[in-house]
Design a binder for this molecule. Structure first.
Ligand SMILES: Nc1nc2c(ncn2[C@@H]2O[C@H](COP(=O)(O)O)[C@@H](O)[C@H]2O)c(=O)[nH]1
Length: 251
């Protein structure tokens, strides 16, 4: 199995390097990832600047390419200009932090997987939630290969958003197929001054506590389960489509 592996925390992040080593047990892994932190870059791509590609070794026998672009740039340039054959899977992660609910709309991690699906390649985003102290990748590392092998038997073009609790494998209760929940933030912009006396703003913000359905990805993680949410890049609201078709919006 040929696997294209990317992320949005950057090619030197612990999550992608651990995952590359795990995935090399089940397939040929090629890492094409950003040269720096690209969190919350969404599905942005680089149109008005060149993309630099630097060959770099990840682990013994795992090719790596460092890209001066976004996660979606990495998938696109890998498919168009770096890989010699179409991969069987695009995997993005392991992300340092969760991508739950409406987070996925901002997430570079998830967008890289969506980019793979746009090219009709089975794609998986893997993220680890925050723990009490530092993030624990053990559970995600242990279960990734197993989950990916199962998913690899499914039809092409599907997208799976996987969130893993920040726990050791024995503390994870199982897996649940979920729907996206709702995450809201009270986005505070911290205003400061730079050394030249010019003001600048820095987005911070913390999560607002929202009651989510028991079937949501957010609830699954709270209950120490691995959440698997199927996604699609077709954003058409089919429920409103029929209503609009029967309405009189004419000019
Ligand atoms: N302060 C805010 N953070 C947000 C908001 N929406 C999403 N997010 C965070 O960004 C990451 C993006 O994911 P990544 O895969 O690109 O690292 C997401 O997981 C959230 O934690 C927001 O409105 N405000």
């Amino acid at each position: 199995m040929n696997i294209l592996l990317t992320n949005d925390d950057g090619i030197n992040a612990i999550g992608i390097r651990d995952l590359a080593k795990e995935l090399s047990k089940i397939g040929k892994v090629t890492v094409v990832a950003p040269d720096r932190e690209r969190s919350a870059s969404g599905h942005s791509i680089t149109l008005h600047a060149p993309l630099r590609v630097v060959r770099t070794d990840i682990h013994e026998g795992i090719e790596g390419y460092m890209i001066s672009g976004t996660p979606s740039d990495c998938v696109k340039i890998a498919l168009e200009s770096i890989l010699t054959e179409k991969p069987d899977l695009v995997v993005s992660g392991i992300n340092n932090g969760p991508n739950l609910g409406t987070d996925v709309l901002y997430s570079g991690t998830v967008s890289a997987a969506i980019e793979g699906a746009i090219h009709n390649i089975k794609s998986i985003a893997i993220s680890v939630s925050y723990g009490e102290d530092k993030i624990n990748y053990e559970g995600a590392k242990h279960f990734s290969c197993n989950l990916i092998e199962i998913i690899s038997t499914l039809e092409d073009g599907l997208i799976f958003n996987i969130n893993v609790p920040s726990l050791n494998k024995e503390d994870i209760k199982g897996t649940i197929i979920t729907e996206l929940g709702i995450r809201r933030y009270n986005n505070k912009y911290i205003k400061r001054e730079d050394p030249m006396g010019k003001s600048y703003y820095w987005l911070a913000g913390e999560l607002i506590d929202i009651e989510n359905k028991n079937t949501s990805d957010i609830k699954a993680i709270e209950d120490k389960y691995i959440s698997i949410t199927p996604l699609h890049f077709d954003l058409t609201d089919y429920k409103s489509l029929e209503t609009l078709k029967n309405s009189k919006i004419e000019i």
